[in-house]
Design a protein around this ligand. Structure first.
Ligand code: SF4
Ligand code: SF4
Length: 139
């Protein structure tokens, strides 16, 4: 049994059926993991997204990740970066209501769409809807 500690920032995507479940509680209590929730968002009639820092003994960490996967939680490391290309964006606004954390905003006076990198959790939802592909994933 290894005593090695693991600490990782992860993006968790919860299907709608799991949104009310005490998943974080189980990670702490059953797997002895420490959790620092960095961002969380639940959209009505959609999936929930949580960005967290998860740490603990490697064995427990792996068990906790398996627990999440078995439940149907999608897990990705927070190592991706989103790039917004102002030159390609034609301010159609399609991406604005899609973003679960308000990182894409349309100015009510100028109708210009802007991107706040600090808020972005790299969920990639906006990438799929942008017609001119002005938003890209950088790995
Ligand atoms: S990837 Fe797009 S939709 Fe997701 S948080 Fe970032 S800007 Fe918003
Ligand atoms: S969907 Fe694409 S083109 Fe439309 S406002 Fe968003 S980034 Fe700009």
């Amino acid at each position: 049994m290894t005593k090695k500690e693991v600490i990782k920032k992860l993006v968790l995507k919860f299907p709608k059926r799991l949104i009310d479940q005490p998943i974080v509680y189980h990670l702490v209590k059953d797997y002895d993991l420490m959790i620092n929730i960095l961002k969380a968002s639940v959209q009505p009639d959609a999936e929930g997204i949580m960005v967290l820092e998860l740490s603990g003994k490697k064995e427990n960490f792996d068990k906790g990740i398996n627990f999440l996967k078995k439940l149907g939680v999608e897990i990705q490391p927070l190592s991706k970066d989103i790039k917004f290309d102002e030159k390609l964006c034609y301010n159609c606004g399609v991406c604005v209501p899609i973003c679960p954390v308000g990182a894409l905003v349309m100015d009510k006076k100028t109708y210009q769409v802007s991107f706040d990198k600090q808020k972005c959790i790299a969920c990639e939802l906006c990438i799929k809807v942008c017609p001119p592909r002005a938003i890209k994933l950088v790995i």
